[in-house]
Structure formats: structure tokens, C-alpha cells
Design a protein around this ligand. Structure first.
Ligand code: KDG
Length: 351
């Protein structure tokens, strides 16, 4: 073979090798999962998404929940925790759980009233006089009935965790009376009763997902917001808010939710472990949340905020102004639900 033909042949061989090599890399089938490896890790992935950050009591509760599942059902579930609304805000993640595109979430009850209107009872202002009474009512038969109503909507509510009593913050002025609220642009959760309550107080309320709130306050799109102390402190609202008034106008629960279809697919024994883990983590969240409430109010002062404690007469002025919200929303929530919760509050308060 002459030298010229030899070189040509070599070029052809190299070109063919390169070409088939490229093709083969382009056409190489996806590496099939190694059956042995898949079996080894064959855990069921359970993703849980919340809107708050990793130092908030709710996330600490998720860690406790995960710990208990890992301990009692070793190797069965890969519980993955997502904070800061990484997988969406309360409304989005709840819809995703309903559709089976996400396994679990822990929203406030308030944005869920579009799915289960009766949950709106928790948004009635000044419903619960204390956390102890809130716990007894939520953890009792009347609270359980509300969780049961979620099931026909594709959601299994496992337990009420503590978000807490909500307080007003703002960047404009100290608030001691409804008069001081007039005209303030206040972010509220996506819930008609919260909207009505702040309208009754003379504010200019704006519904907004939680993950957009800090930026809105930073850019002064809103003057203020209302959330429990741990959220105010741990989300560093003192950086963008000057005043906090301890209104305690609503006690909001978070609800730990799992998709109903997924729940029904779990073995009964596993359901028992999940349910107990939800209760144990609930109790942990409540304990941590109380400790934080007690310690962090002072820390907000140290951070430069003006903390206003209302006198009984000042608090009554707020309570009187928002009373019509009960009349406006009792029928919309469901009179039987409102009556049964109010009866429970009266009963446990009397003990
Ligand atoms: O994870 C829950 C939060 O997203 C939210 O519910 C917190 O109370 C809250 C709010 O104001 O949106």
C-alpha cells in the first residue's frame, strides 16, 4: 500500500473511531440504575417543605419528626426537609401535596381556607385567650373534626403545630390604638378574614405570600405585617421594622400535612409511627416556641425595636373594633363549626 493510501486509511480509521465514539457517547443509553444499589437505598422519598427558615421552631419540629421516623422505621423512608419556601409558599406546596407532586408540607391554617373553609375559625380575631386553651381545643374532638374535613380534599392533617399568637409590626409609628393603625399598609396572609380584620382596624391590608414579605418591608411596599415573635425575631424583621405592638390578635396553627393518597398507601404500622412522630414533634415545637416567645421579645428591644405592651383598656379597644368580623364570617366559615369551637373554648376556659 503506498504511503498516500496508508495515511488516507489512517485518517479514515481515526475519523470513524471519533465519529462512532461521538455517536456512542451521544447515543449511550442512560446509565441504568444499579438494581443492587437501588434496592440498597430503596427508601421511599418523603419531601417536607415549609416557608420558615431552619432556626424557626417549625423546622426544629421537622427535624424531630425526621429523627423519630429514622429511628422507628430505619431504612424505609428518606425524609428530606426544605425550608424558606424552596419548593413554594403555603398555597403552592399545599396544592402540590394535593396533586401528589409533593409528599408533605406545614402551612399555616389561614391560607388553607380556600380548600377547607371551616379552618377559617382559627382566623377569627381574639378567638383563643391563651396557648393552653388553644392546645386543648385544637387537640380535642372539635379540632380533630376540622382535620378530618381535609381528607376529602386529598390532604391528611396529622397535627396542629405552633405558629403562635400574632403581633403587629410596622416601620411608621408606634401603635397603641386602632386610631394609630389607620392608613398603614399591612401585609396579611392570603385569607379573607385577616383582610377583613385589618380593614376593620382602618389599615390598608395586602395579601402576600410569606416569602415575599421581607423584601416588601425592605422596599416599603408595605409598612408592616403581623406574625408571632419567633418569626419576627428569627426572620430578622428588626432590620426593616421599628415598632412591634403585642396585639396577640390571632393564634395561628401550622398543620403538618401529608398527601391522603400517600397516607393511605402506607402500611398501618407505619401510619401509627408517622402519627406519633407528628404528635411528639408538635409537643417539641410548642415547648421551643414558648421558650422563644419568652426570650425573644426582650431581644427585639435589644435589636432597637420599640415594643409596645397594650393595657387591658387599649387591648379592649382593638377587640371591640374587630367584633363585627365574627358576624360577617360566621356563616361563611360554617355556623356549626364556629359554635362548636366557641363552645369548646368556653368549656376548657371554665376548667
Ligand atoms: O411555613 C409557614 C409559613 O410559610 C407561614 O405560614 C408563616 O404565618 C406565616 C405567614 O405570615 O405567612
Amino acid at each position: 500500500m503506498s504511503k498516500k493510501w496508508f495515511v488516507l486509511a489512517m485518517v479514515l480509521v481515526m475519523a470513524t473511531t471519533l465519529l462512532t465514539g461521538c455517536l456512542s457517547s451521544e447515543k449511550k443509553p442512560e446509565a441504568k440504575p444499579d438494581p443492587a444499589k437501588a434496592a440498597a437505598t430503596g427508601k421511599k422519598v418523603i419531601r417536607i417543605s415549609i416557608g420558615l427558615n431552619e432556626v424557626h421552631p417549625e423546622y426544629l419540629g421537622l427535624k424531630k419528626f425526621k429523627e423519630e421516623i429514622d429511628k422507628k422505621l430505619p431504612g424505609k423512608y428518606d425524609i428530606q426537609l426544605y425550608a424558606n419556601a424552596q419548593l413554594g409558599d403555603d398555597v403552592k406546596t399545599t396544592e402540590a401535596v394535593r396533586m401528589g407532586n409533593l409528599e408533605m408540607t406545614g402551612p399555616s391554617s389561614s391560607p388553607l381556607t380556600g380548600i377547607v373553609k371551616e379552618l377559617g375559625v382559627f382566623d377569627l380575631p381574639f378567638l383563643f385567650p391563651s396557648t393552653e386553651i388553644a392546645y386543648k381545643v385544637m387537640d380535642g374532638p372539635a379540632g380533630q373534626q376540622l382535620l378530618d374535613k381535609m381528607e376529602e380534599k386529598g390532604l391528611k392533617g396529622l397535627a396542629y403545630w405552633e405558629n403562635g399568637f400574632r403581633h403587629l409590626t410596622n416601620s411608621a409609628r408606634e401603635v397603641k390604638s386602632p386610631e394609630d393603625v389607620k392608613g398603614l399598609k399591612i401585609r396579611v396572609m392570603q385569607n379573607p378574614i385577616h383582610l377583613a380584620t385589618w380593614k376593620a382596624l382602618g389599615a390598608n391590608p395586602t395579601p402576600m405570600p410569606f416569602s415575599e414579605l421581607f423584601t416588601a418591608m425592605q422596599q416599603k411596599t408595605v409598612d408592616g405585617q403581623e406574625n408571632p415573635i419567633p418569626t419576627i425575631y428569627l426572620s430578622k424583621y428588626s432590620e426593616v421594622q421599628k415598632f412591634v405592638t403585642l396585639t396577640g390578635h390571632v393564634y395561628t396553627p401550622h398543620i403538618l400535612i401529608i398527601g391522603k393518597k400517600l397516607w393511605d398507601s402506607l402500611p398501618k404500622e407505619d401510619q401509627k409511627v408517622f402519627q406519633q412522630a407528628a404528635y411528639d414533634a408538635r409537643d417539641h415545637v410548642r415547648k421551643v416556641s414558648k421558650e422563644m416567645n419568652d426570650s425573644q421579645t426582650a431581644k427585639l428591644k435589644e435589636a432597637g425595636m420599640t415594643v409596645t405592651v397594650l393595657t387591658p383598656a387599649q387591648l379592649k379597644a382593638f377587640q371591640d373594633v374587630v367584633k363585627p368580623v365574627y358576624d360577617e364570617y360566621t356563616e361563611k366559615i360554617g355556623k356549626s363549626t364556629v359554635d362548636s369551637i366557641l363552645a369548646e373554648v368556653k368549656k376548657v376556659s371554665a376548667k
